[in-house]
Design a protein around this ligand. Structure first.
Ligand SMILES: Cc1cc2nc3c(=O)[nH]c(=O)nc-3n(C[C@H](O)[C@H](O)[C@H](O)COP(=O)(O)O)c2cc1C
Length: 173
């Protein structure tokens, strides 16, 4: 089996992390994998805000928890939050941003790190607080939050994948 195929089949969403920070050289590779995702017409509509600052990470966690209506950390203790946003003016922006997150989750897994897509980035960055954060980070433009790719060292064993549903694939020969 190729390494790519192995990574695709064995990646799982990780929901418990050690607090240890991910080294820059690994993070750079994950983010680079994101930037090489296919995008509609090659327009590269997404951007990635790579958050490693604990205060900002905790603030995003609180915002996300508030949207969800819980008091728990939606990032499961992960020290890194890769926020993917995409330019609403491109017709494929949602698909573009989703693929960036997919690439980054696979790259993280390939490097021995855990990851998980965490939702509610749209609500987070449509809010006045989210908009203010983007401004603070020097991000200007009509960007919509697509999702967060949390990254860190898994605390515990990965779960096995659920069996694939029998009606997943229709062979049209
Ligand atoms: C669009 C999308 C949103 C998701 N949002 C969350 C989320 O907010 N919190 C979470 O724990 N997992 C989230 N996930 C992860 C899924 O729950 C996970 O991919 C699914 O249970 C399958 O598990 P696997 O990734 O290990 O195959 C999301 C996944 C996708 C694709």
């Amino acid at each position: 089996m190729s390494q790519v195929m192995d990574a695709i089949l064995t990646r799982r969403s990780i929901r418990s992390y050690k607090p240890d920070m991910v080294p820059d050289e690994l993070l750079d590779q994950i983010v680079e994998a994101g930037t090489y995702a296919a995008t509609g017409m090659g327009a590269q509509s997404p951007i990635i805000a790579a958050v490693t600052n604990k205060n900002i990470r905790d603030r995003l966690s609180r915002m996300n928890a508030g949207i969800m209506g819980t008091g728990t950390d939606p990032f499961y203790g992960a020290p890194v939050v890769l926020v993917v946003l995409a330019d609403r003016n491109r017709s494929t922006y949602l698909y573009d941003g989703s693929l960036v997150i997919g690439n980054m989750m696979l790259a993280a897994h390939d490097l021995g790190l855990g990851s998980c897509w965490i939702h509610r980035a749209k609500e987070e960055f449509d809010s006045p607080e989210g908009k203010a954060l983007l401004k603070e980070w020097g991000i200007e433009g009509d960007y919509e939050g697509i999702g967060h790719c949390i990254v860190g060292y898994a605390d515990g064993a990965e779960q096995a994948a659920k069996p694939r549903k029998s009606s997943y694939v229709y062979h049209v020969k």
